[in-house]
Write a protein that binds this ligand. Sequence first.
Ligand code: FCB
Length: 526
Amino acid sequence: MSCRWQNEIEESRSTLRLTRREFAHSALATGIAAALPASLFSGCTVSNAARTANSAPSVSSAAQFDSSSNIAFPKDFFWGAATAAYQIEGAWNEDGKSESIWDRFAHTPGKIKNGDTGDVACDSYHRFSEDLALLRGMNLNSYRFSISWPRVQSTGSGPANFKGIDYYSRVVDALLEARIRPFVTLYHWDLPQALEDAGGWPARDTASRFGDYVELVARALGDRVSDWMLFNEPLAFTYRGYLEGSYAPGRQSLLDFLRASHTVNRAQSAGFRALKATRPSARVGTAFSMSPCEPATGSEEDLLAAERAHAVTNLWFLEPALKGRYPEALVFTSETAMGIKSGDLDRMRAPLDFIGINLYYRTIASAPGTIERISHAQQWLFPVKMTGGQQGPKTDNGWEVWPQALYDMVMRITRDFNRPQIEITENGCAYNDGPDAGGVIRDTRRIEYHRQYLQALARAIADGADVRGYHAWTLLDNLEWAEGFSQRFGLSYVDFKTQQRTLKESGKWYAKVAAQNRVGPGGSSP
Ligand code: FCB
């Protein structure tokens, strides 16, 4: 592994055409940790709490917010649940749908835990009416779902596949009929395999293909859908798909990651322009993976590392859109390596109407030591080491429960981007509770998780953040990417043998929160 990275360094060094001084500077800089934690994908703020994070005694995450009273949310607040096409739809090769990179990846032995695939998943393609009943049963007024690109445009270019369009059209109509806002993600990671074969996200042309695809969908659904996300978690799919290799398409190349980043940033503005040209009143954003980045100690090095972590984790796809530049906290941005051409930076601008935040946990950042610096190639480029927090309780997949993270992240974005509109596009937890003898799923830990994060969110709103909605991840237990069906994040339990859906106790609790537009202290209150 480290050998591969060393080769990458050499290759990248020559391609990047670094001067000796630049290389010495970058190599001396601190870098990203070896086993990058999941935290890279999801934010970085320097709060007082953060400064003492690792030295403070363990605290209960429940103690972070006043949980003794009922807290009301703004009028017209959107209460929602989120899903993604590949994780729930199944029907992977029906009605003209072509192969996606996730189909190819899942069908390659050893890529997904237990050999699981999304071939059937939750079979939502055939059971959307059951899913709609769950949304209605929870009194939700927003449903975030994604369009599968290879379902609506088989080869990633050319004409629409009308059967695929028809499916989403029916979903949108049914949601509107139920007075639920269709909140549509245009890309949640399932690139048509044909486009990967033509070079994938590292290829410049993929940005134009994405723009054309967005126009096609906007023409088909934009008369009824007004709220859109261009991308879901651009950092997660570029980093994990092209550098780490743990996600489709499974490539492991620093250069591919850098190029994919730049294409996606160009695609973000191409998609934005296409949507606005087709539907001028559309409200357009992206769902970014975010996590507040706290310094491990109060040292100057760790404070700097936390700001760099913030730049990589939270700004790599946001600053290009809003400011037409890459964040400065990276050691350098090589135009050659990233494939940046004259005029690109200006053209990357996309004045997003809202910022979507997907948030699960916080990140602790520190400056790596000398050995780490020399043994990991990305370190000269992303000079920071990141881990998850260790003070709060953990979910069943090992993520720290830390509600303050949501408050910190929302407030930092509010401060740094002049109080933008924010949508919480994902927040949730993996707890694998199943039905008891009576068939009831008593997932009380999930109720507490959402309650505490919502209390944190309510405080951010009270402190001035303009938050329009909250989407629990997720409506249904589903295929959790490379983890297969081993992690259950749903408000509804799915028996994958029968496809029977059962609302968990958390789903019933969330129904009360949505109906009353407030979150309470516990007990019998929502
Ligand atoms: C996010 C993804 C979403 C889901 C959750 C648990 O990173 O956007 O699809 O897998 O994590």
